[in-house]
Structures are given as structure tokens and as C-alpha cells.
Design a protein around this ligand. Structure first.
Ligand SMILES: Nc1ncnc2c1ncn2[C@@H]1O[C@H](COP(=O)(O)OP(=O)(O)O)[C@@H](O)[C@H]1O
Ligand SMILES: [Mg+2]
Length: 256
């Protein structure tokens, strides 16, 4: 059964004034269903980050509405914003942002501890996610005792442990070497498939995007095209993505 988790209606984000107006996001509307893995693609400067920042409430919109689980988050008061981000969003960063003085278990538990979840419940959730992400055996270790891949998984576990409505990732593989980047993509795919997480991932890279089930293409702040993976395997989907990228115009280098 489909359940709409995010509904963006006519989002606009303008920067500057009359003289130097930039329509970074120019009337974009779309919906995301629970459990979707959605990619957002476009050349550098097309408005991807701005769009994501509006959804995460890091930026305020110039116009339009964004509903998360039916609630218009563009209307939230300042005091409500932190609670919204803490309870409804998970972020995946390139650099893992783990706390050095906490064990993996404590790092993962952090969002739950902060929100006052009962210890037994915390324990249950941490164990469940650690098992799903194959990091049960490092729960007692500190970040410096773990491999890069294990640290990534711990950070991802922390992003999903509070069962956020949406997980946001902006160019998560942007500056990673190909090995780490493959690992992170595999992990994000796992979060989606094994844990049913709803993921919004911004990327300008066609290979990275080919992990997604659906992709929105953005050009000059506007929605340009949408692709669904359907029954395609990853290679077939990759080819279709490249085709849209070439129709989008601009430099191939911006995407590859
Ligand atoms: N804080 C800002 N002030 C003014 N212009 C901005 C700001 N942030 C982004 N922009 C402009 O908005 C457009 C979209 O930027 P951005 O969302 O970062 O694109 P992308 O993430 O696709 O590379 C660009 O033209 C950029 O220069
Ligand atoms: Mg960006």
C-alpha cells in the first residue's frame, strides 16, 4: 500500500534582489512514497542542494509548501524546527561525524538517548539495526578501532535508528575514492531494502544515481524529467540516465 510521506507543492527558493535574482528552485512539485529510494540529479548549480535544504528546513522557502507526513513544515516555528529535524529526518554525511569518545553502540544510540527513549527500547533498536547492517561485532569499539567502512555503517545506523520519515543525503559519495563510494552506495541501498528507509539522495553522478528506483532531473531550478527504474537492471537504468543527462545538455564533466 502506498503512503505519501513527502509532498512538495510548487517550491520556490529565490536568492538575491531585483537586480541579481537567482531562481535556485523554481516551482518544483513532487511526491515521495514511504520506502522509496529517490535520486535528484542535475548539473552543478541546477538547484539540487537548495531543494534538499528546503526539505530539511535548513533553508526557508520563498514560496510553496512542503508536507511531511501531512504536516506543512514551511509553517513550523523556530522552536519546532529542531524537534522536526531530530524526529523526522536522518542525514547521511560524507565524513561520518561520529563522536570519538563514544563507542559504536553509544554513537548509534545518541538520537534515542536525546529523545528520552527507555534504555531497554534503545538496546533493542540498536541491536536490530546493527544486525541488519552487519556491525553487531563492533558495537563495543570506538571509532578509531574501526575500519572506514564500519564507521560509515555506524553513522548510517545512527541516521536510521530513530526511524526517521526521510533520510537525506547530498552528494554522499562526492569526494570518496571509488572503493569507499561503492561501499557507501551499497549501504544506502541496504537501508532502503532491508530497513525500508525512505531515501532522498542528491547526486550529479549517473552511476551513483543508478542505485535509485526513481530519479528527478533538475535543470535551472525546474523539474526537467523523471525516470523510473521499473524492471531495468542497474546497467540498463544507467544507460537511460546517461541519455537524459545528454538531453539535459551542459558539460558531460558536470555529471561524470
Ligand atoms: N546562499 C546563496 N546565495 C545566493 N545564491 C545561492 C545561494 N545558494 C545557492 N545559490 C545559487 O543557487 C543556484 C543553485 O545552487 P545549488 O542549489 O547549490 O546547486 P547544486 O547543488 O545543484 O549544485 C546556483 O546558481 C547558486 O549559485
Ligand atoms: Mg549541491
Amino acid at each position: 500500500m502506498n503512503e505519501t510521506i513527502l509532498q512538495a507543492v510548487n517550491i520556490q527558493k529565490y536568492y538575491g534582489g531585483r537586480e541579481n535574482l537567482t531562481k535556485a528552485v523554481d516551482r518544483i512539485s513532487f511526491q515521495v512514497q514511504k520506502g522509496e529510494f529517490l535520486g535528484i540529479m542535475g548539473a552543478s548549480g541546477s538547484g539540487k542542494t537548495t531543494l534538499l535544504n528546503c526539505i530539511s528546513t535548513i533553508d526557508t522557502v520563498t514560496g510553496g509548501h512542503i508536507y511531511v507526513e501531512g504536516r506543512d513544515i514551511t509553517k513550523l516555528k523556530r522552536a519546532e524546527l529542531a524537534a522536526f529535524r531530530g524526529q523526522k529526518l536522518g542525514f547521511i554525511f560524507q565524513d561520518f561525524n561520529l563522536l570519538d569518545t563514544l563507542t559504536a553502540r553509544e554513537n548509534i544510540a545518541l538520537p534515542l538517548s536525546v529523545s528520552g527513549t527507555r534504555p531497554a527500547e534503545i538496546e533493542r533498536k540498536v541491536e536490530h539495526i546493527a544486525a541488519a547492517l552487519d556491525i553487531s561485532d563492533v558495537l563495543g569499539k570506538f571509532p578509531y578501532e574501526m575500519s572506514g567502512g564500519q564507521q560509515q555503517r555506524v553513522a548510517a545506523a545512527r541516521a536510521v535508528v530513530s526511524d526517521p520519515a526521510i533520510i537525506l543525503a547530498d552528494e554522499p559519495t562526492g569526494s570518496l575514492d571509488s572503493g569507499s563510494s561503492r561501499m557507501l552506495l551499497h549501504l544506502i541501498t541496504d537501508l532502503n531494502r532491508r530497513l525500508g528507509a525512505t531515501i532522498l539522495m542528491v547526486t550529479h553522478d549517473a552511476f551513483t544515481a543508478s542505485c535509485c528506483r526513481r530519479i528527478l532531473f533538475i535543470k535551472d531550478g525546474k523539474l526537467f524529467h523523471e525516470l523510473r527504474r521499473g524492471e531495468d537492471n542497474r546497467a540498463e537504468f544507467f544507460t537511460k540516465i546517461l541519455q537524459v543527462v545528454s538531453e539535459l545538455g551542459g558539460e558531460q564533466d558536470d555529471f561524470m
